[in-house]
Design a protein around this ligand. Structure first.
Ligand code: FES
Length: 89
C-alpha cells in the first residue's frame, strides 16, 4: 500500500512546530504534503496518514522516524500516539 502523510501547516499547528514535522517526514523520503487547517487546532501538530485516514496529534520531529518505520513501512499504526478523539481505545 502506498501511504502518504498530510501535515497541517496552518497557524495553530505551526505554532507547535508543524514546519519541523513536515521537514522530518520529507527528510525520511516519504510522500508528505502540507495541508490547510484540519479543524483540530490546539492539538497540533496534526498528522494524517492516508489512505487509512489515521490521525496523530501533537507530533514532534523525534517521533517521525518511528511513525515512518512502524506505520508507513510496516503498516502498524503507533497506537500510543494516535489522536484519541478519533481513535479511542
Ligand atoms: S491549524 Fe492545524 S488543525 Fe487547525
Amino acid at each position: 500500500m502506498n501511504r502518504r502523510v498530510l501535515v497541517c501547516q496552518n497557524t495553530s499547528c505551526r505554532k507547535y512546530g508543524a514546519a519541523q514535522v513536515l521537514k522530518a517526514f520529507q527528510q525520511a523520503k516519504v510522500a508528505a504534503e502540507r495541508s490547510g487547517c484540519l479543524g483540530q487546532c490546539g492539538n497540533g501538530p496534526m498528522v494524517i496518514v492516508l489512505p487509512e485516514a489515521i490521525w496523530y496529534d501533537r507530533v514532534q520531529p523525534r517521533q517521525v522516524p518511528i511513525i515512518v518505520e512502524q506505520h508507513l513501512q510496516q503498516g502498524a499504526p503507533v497506537q500510543p500516539w494516535l489522536y484519541q478523539k478519533f481513535h479511542a481505545v
